[in-house]
Design a protein around this ligand. Structure first.
Ligand SMILES: *Cc1c(COP(=O)(O)O)cnc(C)c1O
Length: 381
């Protein structure tokens, strides 16, 4: 019982539980971050990432959380005092506004209600107003920042269409794909993206510790031309220098978390083994199954149904069910789910479908436990 309580099944929106072979990879003896054996692993991992990002260009592995990569992209690409139009329809959109502003960059926001996607037409209308206004104020809009899967609401923003609108204004596109990469298609080159960041510990099913980011040619040029990067380590110009000058043995400025990269490599091989569509479908299956079961029990999907991502299910609880009580009951039965963030706290629950949470037995265990909770509740009244 003690062990169950200490190690619940993680059905939260990340981090996720990894498969045993991924854990074996991270548990193998540490390699130095240079030398032939490591470089083989590094190059292969880079190629697998390129394949999944849909890019022939650069992919970086940056030690740290997804936020490190995002902050690096934002502060490297755009000089202080200029603007990044930032899409905000949830907790992580608001976080992006905070990151942009912390870098000394203006973040005029295009907002949509929580639970709704940001529509491409809304972005176009906003840019038609913001771009000339910025210019009149003597500065420039340089980029658009988009959260792909807004994990606080379960909404998938239409990045392909939004990036096309940014393209009409010749703006770079920075994407937080932390909770979408590996769960739904991301086509970096075809969609015209410039920086797209993610992590191993959501849809890829590996432990946290290293961020990944695809970087376009235009992004490298913007970074090299930026006179005001706000640091050294997360400045893409620093990374470019190491790729260009130390490329054959150490194409990054610092020590690499080689164990984390080994786990990422193992996870990517699994995601790509039968084609990524197969992996996407297994997450979608868990989402469909969970939603059907929970709706039968009286819960309602929170996001607009045609904008709901498969990655998590954000569900409005029945009026007689407090999210905290349900979470506590599930915790006693070895299952960990999440509640709402920000304005959705106390209103919704969030169930992740990534990592081992997508296994049929785990989905079944959740539905059974929720049924048990409702039965117990009915008996106590
Ligand atoms: C989890 C998450 C983050 C935070 O990622 P870190 O690795 O903790 O920096 C950012 N954005 C989205 C959309 C997320 O789901």
């Amino acid at each position: 019982m003690e062990a169950v309580l200490q190690n619940p099944r993680l059905m939260i929106p990340g981090p996720v539980e990894a498969d045993d072979d991924v854990l074996a990879a991270i548990g193998a003896q540490t390699l130095p971050h240079y030398g032939a054996a490591w470089m083989r692993l590094f190059d292969e991992t880079t190629q697998l990432l390129q394949q999944l990002f849909g890019t022939k260009g650069s992919v970086l592995m940056i030690p740290g959380p997804g936020t490190a990569a995002l902050e690096g992209a934002i502060s490297s690409l755009v000089p202080r005092g200029e603007s990044i139009v930032t899409l905000d329809n949830g907790f992580f959109g608001s976080r992006m506004v905070q990151i942009v502003e912390a870098c000394g960059i203006h973040a005029p926001a295009v907002r949509a209600e929580w639970g709704q996607p940001v529509e491409p037409d809304a972005l176009r209308r906003a840019l038609e107003a913001i771009v000339p206004r910025a210019r009149a104020d003597g500065q420039q809009v340089r980029a658009v920042a988009i959260v792909h899967h807004e994990t606080s609401t379960g909404v998938l923003n239409p990045v392909r269409e939004l990036a096309a609108v940014a393209g009409e204004f010749d703006l770079a596109v920075i994407v937080d794909a932390v909770a979408s990469f590996g769960g739904v298609p991301v086509e970096f080159d075809a969609w015209g993206l410039d920086a797209c960041a993610s992590v191993p510990n959501k849809c890829l099913g590996a432990p946290p510790g290293v961020a990944v980011m695809a970087v376009s040619e235009r992004a490298w040029e913007m970074a090299k031309a930026n006179p005001t990067p706000h640091g050294w380590y997360l400045d893409l110009k620093t990374w470019a220098w190491y790729i260009e000058n130390w490329g054959d043995w150490h194409p990054y400025p610092t020590t690499m978390p080689t164990n984390n990269v080994a786990a990422l490599h193992a996870a990517l091989e699994k995601v790509l083994a039968h084609g990524p569509e197969h992996h996407f479908a297994s997450i979608q299956w868990a989402a469909d199954c969970t939603r059907a079961g929970m709706q039968e029990l009286g819960f309602t999907l929170f996001p607009a149904p045609d904008a709901a991502a498969p990655v998590i299910s954000a569900l409005i609880t029945r009026p007689d069910v407090s999210p905290a009580d349900l979470q506590a009951y599930l915790a006693r039965h070895g299952l960990m789910i999440s509640g709402g963030l920000g304005e959705l706290k106390g209103k919704i629950i969030r169930v992740g479908h990534m990592g081992r949470a997508k296994e049929p037995a785990v989905v079944e265990a959740l539905l059974e436990a929720v049924e048990g909770f409702l039965k117990e509740k009915a008996q106590n009244h």
